[in-house]
Write a protein that binds this ligand. Structure first.
Ligand SMILES: [Zn+2]
Length: 90
């Protein structure tokens, strides 16, 4: 069974100052331990293993959220072609 849906995962990362954390979305199934990556909203982030507190405190990035919602609504991209009734799937 092929899945053409794009994977993404969320990870809390510090911004450039290191004081403010945001939970950004990244492409991929899960964080593979890399030290940096570019988020869905286009921010290059230094990544580190977040603590439970980081997860708790970091607010979810609204830009990432909006972009992912737009993608899942099927704007523009026609990759998921012949499954017309799969819209509720996660
Ligand atoms: Zn973001």
């Amino acid at each position: 069974m092929e899945t053409t849906e794009r994977w993404h995962y969320w990870l809390p990362v510090p911004d450039r100052t290191g004081f403010t954390w945001h939970r950004h979305a990244f492409r991929g199934k899960h964080w593979d331990g890399r030290s940096s990556a570019t988020s869905v909203c286009g921010v290059r982030c230094a990544m580190a293993k977040p603590s439970e507190l980081d997860w708790f405190q970091a607010p979810t990035c609204s830009e990432c959220t909006e972009l992912l919602i737009a993608e899942q609504c099927g704007d523009g991209k026609a990759e998921q072609s012949d499954t017309g009734s799969a819209e509720g799937e996660r």
